[in-house]
Design a protein around this ligand. Structure first.
Ligand code: 3AM
Length: 188
């Protein structure tokens, strides 16, 4: 059976995307080799599922529909810039999202439980809510990027109401991943 690479994520509204695009453009000036995630593709991943078969995707969709239908909407704030694992060795440039308690935490828990219900192993890494802005391709000469991240550390992208979650497919291509929204799960 043909599997598909999938993940569960929260989409961002247009005004936030615009702020992220401006931030991305500013950080790109560093000239450091990195793959920059265009603002139309940036999302808040709750759970990466990897390759799953269509039957499991259907089952997962049923569970998510049921559980998210009872969920309250909640407000998130997009602010701060940093790097994983740290600024000395930036591998992923991220923008912060919070608060991580409350709505975001329970929306994440639903995604994690649903993933396990279709047989996926529990996620080992602690959930660390973030938006990926770039993946750094070179380890040398990163000083200009670190400088710009530090200068923009007070970045504020605004707040938005989360009213649902979506299931996405991700196709890996030589030009980067192509994401497709497969199904929306709206809160009550
Ligand atoms: O939303 P971001 O960009 O942080 O990094 C991938 C992306 O996260 C992540 O899933 C999201 C959609 O592709 N991802 C890709 N492969 C992964 C893996 N093997 C992964 N997360 C965990 N394990």
């Amino acid at each position: 059976m043909r599997t598909m690479r999938t993940f569960i994520a929260i989409e961002l509204p247009e005004p936030i995307r615009r702020e992220l695009a401006a931030l991305g453009a500013a950080l790109r000036q560093s000239g450091v080799r990195a793959s920059w995630v265009t603002a139309d593709r940036i999302h808040l991943t709750l759970r990466f599922l990897g390759e799953i078969d269509p039957e499991d995707a259907d089952h997962l969709s049923e569970i998510l529909t049921q559980h998210y239908a009872g969920h309250e909407s909640f407000r998130l704030r997009v602010a701060g810039v940093g790097a994983f694992p740290n600024l000395k060795r930036p591998s992923v440039v991220w923008v912060g999202v919070g608060p991580s308690e409350g709505g975001l935490s329970s929306a994440h828990a639903i995604a994690e439980t649903a993933a396990q219900t279709i047989g996926l192993a529990p996620e080992k890494k602690r959930f660390n809510a973030h938006l990926t802005l770039a993946r750094v391709r070179e380890a040398r000469d990163i000083a200009p990027l670190v400088e710009l991240i530090t200068r923009h550390s007070g970045f504020c992208g605004g707040e938005f109401d989360v009213t649902g979650v979506a299931l996405f497919s991700s196709k890996l291509t030589p030009n980067g991943p192509v994401y497709k929204r497969l199904k929306d799960f709206l809160f009550r």
